[in-house]
Design a protein around this ligand. Sequence first.
Ligand SMILES: [Zn+2]
Length: 355
Amino acid sequence: MEQRVIKIAAIFMVLFMAVTCVVLFYLPGFHEKMVAAQEQTMSQEDAGMHMDMVEIGSTDGAAEEEITFSQQLRITLPDGVTQEQVSIQDQYVTQTVDIMFPGAGTDYLYHSPIIGRSDHIDNLTFESEGGQGVIEITLDKVFEVQPTFLDGYLYLDFIPLHDIYDKVVVIDAGHGGNMPGATIGGQCEKDIDLAIVLQLKQIFEENPDSRIGVYYTRVDDTNPSFEDRVGLANKSDADLFISVHNNSTVSGKTSSVNGTAVMYDELKEDNGHGTKELAQICVDEVSGALGSRNRGIINGNEIYIIRNSEVPVALIEVGFMTNATELQNLSSPEYQRQTAQGIYNAIMRAFQEGF
Ligand SMILES: [Zn+2]
């Protein structure tokens, strides 16, 4: 098993290379080996900020090679590998991009150095398994990857989301995987939360708007960490971060308590568009769409994803699973669709109101 997976340790610390650029400046010998070329316009102050023309892989002779591409990363494809054989997966939640292609043995990097000029690459690894090469790039923010295939090279550009969209919204379905949330009457909260989010996804797809980019922390029965959930919102500089949950009484016993509530960060009220205003829009629109009791907005700073959100955040508690009628409603696709419509309306209204 270990023999099949070879990690090239030398390329692990691209970020370190960038950060230590200033230090390396004073160590000319080492510097020349690690940095293939350096833009003449780059000031010493900038040196610590840029991964400028860093070469990963072979260091022999390539320093003299004239490199004139403008994209952020250049990957040499193995001989004969076509565009159709290359698979690129952008995993937004972890800000990792996997590039998979055949014909890459464990010595691939020695013949095919990767040239980078991006200051957004935190880490880069290469693995080879049975000739299938996987380059994994970890970025410092959420980007859309734009590939260009030319003359045996794959060039990659990392496009900030707000260069593509006017507005970015991140949607989070609560819980997932081995964290079911409340489980009442055989119903798991994670499934109801996800069903609502998938209905919302469908509404966005039925109403395409090229100005709005929508990203999801999960669209299946997985359980991203809290850090990854709020990280997706923060690292995409989202305009809105909406988390979908359902409520239950503290005892977990069936009761008459029912209705929709929205949590916000009471400690971030004064930061421009406070989350209180967003929470109010959400609770009004969702309870309005459902005809459920409007329980108003609730302080939620103790909730990790609310407290750590650097963007306007609202956590919607759609209904009470401990209420028999509401649980029955929440389990039905029609009610889930109505909920999604309410959330969609809230998002559109929030954008109209300047979020
Ligand atoms: Zn929950």
